[in-house]
Design a binder for this molecule. Sequence first.
Ligand code: NAD
Length: 504
Amino acid sequence: MSVTAQSSATGVPPFGADELDRPMLIGGSWVGAVGGEWIEVDSPGRRGLVIARVPRGQDADADRAVTAARAAYPAWAALHFKDRQKALLQIADALEAAAEELSVLTAWDTGNALRPQARPESQTLANLFRYFGGIAGEFKGAVLPAGDDQLQYTRREPLGVVAGILPWNSPLMIAGMKVPAALAAGNVIILKAAEAAPLTILRMAEIASEFLPDGVLNVLTGFGPEVGEALVQHRGVDKVSFTGSSKVGHHVAEAAGARLAHVSLELGGKSPNIVFPSAAAPEHIEATAVGVLTAMRFTRQGQSCTAGSRLFIHESVYEAFLEVLVAKVSALKVGDPLDEATDMGAIINQKQFDQVTSYIEDGRSQPGVRVVLDASKDIPAGLDGFYQGPTIFAQVDNSWRIAQEEIFGPVLVAIPWSDRDDVIRMANDSHYGLAAYIWSRDLNEALDTAHRIESGWVQVNQGGGQMIGQSYGGYKTSGIGREFSLEGALESFTQIKQINVKLD
Ligand code: NAD
C-alpha cells in the first residue's frame, strides 16, 4: 500500500486508478467490509478528486475486529515489558524512515500543508512511539510497607481491548497519543479512522503491524454512527478512547457509560489567548504576535481543538497589537497543501467549509464588529479546493456565537479588556476548557492568571503544540482523562489490582 514516489509535490495523486481500494486491518489481514460497500475518499485541496476508497465498516466488521483483538490480547499482555518496548521502538524507527511518505499522504488526506503542518505531525507520531516504548517499564505497581508477615502490592494491569476513535484534523498525531500508550501498557487496540481522512491511519498501521502480532493493532474504516457506534456499544470493548467533537463525545460517554466501559474523551475547545501590556512592549510585540498566530493554529486552517481562537488584548495595546498581528497573519500563503511554499492548506470538506463560512457571515452581521482581516476569499489561482484565508474580527463581545462556539476554522476574534479579574472571568466564561495562552513578561501576573484559568493546559509566552511527556486533556466539556504522558497512559490505559499475601 505504499505511496508512490510520484505522489510528492508533483501533485500526482497517491494511488493509481487500479489501487484506489484501501482495505482495513483486522487480525493481521487486509480486508473489505463484510457488507462489501466502499466509501470514496476526497482530497480537500482538489475538489471532487477521489483519491481512494475505504471499506464501509458496519456492526459485523466491528465484531470481527473485537474477536481478533480479544484473541491477541492474552499473549500481548503476558509479554515482558521489554518485548513490547522493542516492538514500539522498532515501529518508531520504521515510522521515522517513512515520515516523508506519511507527510505527503497527510497533505493529500487532510489538506494540512506539507511544510508547516504535515511533516511535524508525522515526526510527532514517530516520537510518540519512541517515548511510550521508552517508558514501557513504568507501568508498574507499588509495595506497601505492611509488616514482615504481609506482602501487599499492586499490579498495573491493562484494560484489555481499547477502541481508539479518531478525528480527521491531525489523525497521525492523535493516533500517536493512543496507540503506543495503550500497547505499551499491554492492551490491544482497534482504531476507528475518521471517514474524512482515513488514509494515513491505514498506512501507519501497515508499517506498525510488521512488528506486532496479528490482532494487536486493528483499523476499521467507515462512518461514525455505523462502525464507530458499533465499537462503542460492543461488550468486547473494555475502553473507548475518543477524540472528536464535544457533541459526539457526550453521546459516546453515555453509550459507553451505560455498560460501564472505561472511557476517556478529548473534545473541542475555544481557548483564550490573553495579551498583557508587557508582552506588547516594542521589544516583545513581534514575538507575541507570531506566538498568537501559532497558537491560533492558522497553519492548520484553525482546525485544531487547542486553537487559541479567543484573543483578549489589553485595551492599552489593543490597536498596536492588532496591527502587528494582522500584518503577520495576512502574510500567510494559502495554497496547495503539497506546495513547499504553502503556509495554510485546505479545509477538510464542503460541510466544514460551509460551517466556517456561516460563522464568518454571523460575525459580520454583529453590530459594532470590525473586520480587521478579511482573507476568507483568498484562494490560490488554478486550484479548486476548500481554501479559505484567515479572518480576524475585532471589537467582539465575548457573548457572541463567534466568541463562544468552536468554529474549527481560520477565524480569530479579538476582545478588548482592561482589568485582570475581568479578563480571567471572560476567559473562563466558556463551557470549554482545553488550552490557554498567556502573554506577559511579568511572572507573577502570568502565573496568577495561569492558575486561575479553567483549562487543562496553559502555556505562557509560547503557542506551539503539545510537548511529548506533558499531561494533556480538558476541563469542563473539553474532555475527561489525560493522554500524551506517562501519567496519562497510567490513568487511561491501566487499572490497579491490589494483592495482599499473608506470609509465615
Ligand atoms: P466528530 O466528533 O464528528 O468525529 C470524531 C470521530 O468520531 C470520527 O471518527 C467519527 O466517525 C466518529 N463518530 C461519529 N459519530 C460516532 C458515534 N455515534 N459513535 C462512535 N464514533 C462516532 O469530530 P471531527 O469532526 O472528526 O473532529 C473535529 C472535532 O474534534 C472538533 O470538535 C475538535 O475540537 C475535536 N478534536 C479534539 C482534540 C483533542 O485532543 N481534544 C483533537 C482533535 C480534534
